[in-house]
Design a protein around this ligand. Sequence first.
Ligand code: PLP
Length: 352
Amino acid sequence: MAVIYNFSAGPGVLPEPVLREVQAEFLSYKQGVSIVEMSHRSDTFATIVEQLEARLRRLMQIPDDYAVLFLQGGATLQFSMVPMNLRESGRFVYLDSGIWSKKAIADAKHYGDVVVAGSSAAVKYRDLPAWPKTISDVDYLHVTLNNTIEGTRYTELPDTGVPIVADVSSNILAEAIDVKRYGLLYAGAQKNIGPAGLTLVIIRRDLIVDRDLPSYLAYSKHVDTLLNTPSTFNLYVAERVLAWVEGEGGVEAMERRNVEKSGLFYDALDASPLFHAVVSGKQRSLTNIPFTTGDAETDRAFQRFAEARGLIELGGHRSVGGLRASLYNAMPLEGVKRLIDVMHEFEQEGQD
Ligand code: PLP
């Protein structure tokens, strides 16, 4: 069978050895019981969760004064849980750097006054709003560190007097993130960590306050315990994916590979007579790369051409169109080389 390369932005490609391992263990994880039939309170399952957390702490160098929470509801539920839980003055600052941050802003408005300190909406989010020069008297500053749809990323953080909250759904474990510079990080797992249905929250413990909130929505109810039945299968797969990441050399190795893969692809786009990258300069994402021929019909023709050659999920997000290649940790360099070859083939013969 021909090799398939999956460039999906999410759920994204997972390491094949992990998928094989999961398949092999699925019917009988222990004594004839499948992992999806096992109590989340059993010793066996508790060990999986402990190992998952330990691996994440090692990989991201998470300090002890941060709690790790394994939740559900996607990154989208964090758009609400963050303002609900961090609300003191009821004033929040947001950077509007893309469609996901716009959604985060819309949800935060239910819980307080949102100050949008910068927006690149006017340039269709092709670059990033600058960090605000000064901020005070607000509960936090929210940023989407990697903009999955638009393909931009922040590489520098300002020194602010307020906690920085970052949505790291599409760059967690793909590049180094200096956890101690943030008050809170959150990510849907379905790009670099495992199947959809698990959300990670890494929060500095002093920001966890007991609030009068429905139990599931309060961070304080999830700290150092499983409040309810978690997405057990997802936790199990995530633990295996993190074992793979550690085995491959950790986040440093992932970042090095992602720099190499994305660099190769950006170079090919910059040299192409037909395709070009949508984002320029050092704001370019390592993981999500939107590109286009400048013509919607030709973009669609290329997508079909690539699909016929085993390169799938190259369509841009439905809200922006064009093309996009997501190069998460499990995408091998060979996949990027193959994509570049197919682009060359299309440039030469595919346009009639
Ligand atoms: N934030 C970012 C940066 C994303 O890329 C996504 C999904 O792709 C989301 C939020 C929404 O995540 P979820 O579907 O897990 O709610």
